[in-house]
Design a protein around this ligand. Structure first.
Ligand code: ZN
Length: 149
């Protein structure tokens, strides 16, 4: 394993152990639910919008280490950002892990690049993407639960 891969693995392990923003927001203006039945990951996402800024965000749920750490890193990455910026990150992240397009620039993704290696494991891509698809649904105001199937 390269030094970089080791660092990435540490980030995932650490965020799984103590996820950031693992909380319910009572004053959320948007909520969305995500479900990845293939792995058994479930997430409820709470978003508080102040105009077009994500002023606070939290998630709850259960799932594997990849889904949990991805939700933790996602909430950290978009908190305080404008909706348009969060959507840009969603697209870059999806392209990075789904691998159907040239790799996004890991530099612009910061710690989120820890999931770049997931593209080698197609069954884990949905775990990594779940929180992001749920965010996308919450920002779009979708009422239907999100499922990866
Ligand atoms: Zn999973």
């Amino acid at each position: 394993m390269s030094e970089l891969e080791e660092l990435y693995q540490q980030i995932i392990v650490e965020h799984n152990r103590s996820p950031r923003n693992f909380k319910r927001l009572d004053d959320a203006t948007r909520t969305a639910e995500g479900d990845n039945p293939l792995c058994g990951d479930k997430i409820t996402l709470y978003v508080k919008l102040d105009g077009d800024v994500i002023s606070d965000i939290g998630f709850q749920g259960k799932g594997c280490a990849i889904s949990r750490s991805s939700a933790s890193l996602m909430t950290g990455a978009v908190k305080g950002k404008k909706v348009a910026e969060a959507e840009r990150l969603f697209h870059e992240f999806r392209d990075m892990v789904a691998g159907d397009r040239p790799m996004a620039d890991p530099k612009s993704l910061g710690k989120l690049a820890a999931f770049a290696g997931v593209r080698q494991f197609p069954s884990r891509v949905k775990c990594a993407n779940l929180a992001w698809h749920t965010l996308h649904a919450a920002l779009a105001g979708a009422a239907e639960p999100v499922t990866t199937e």
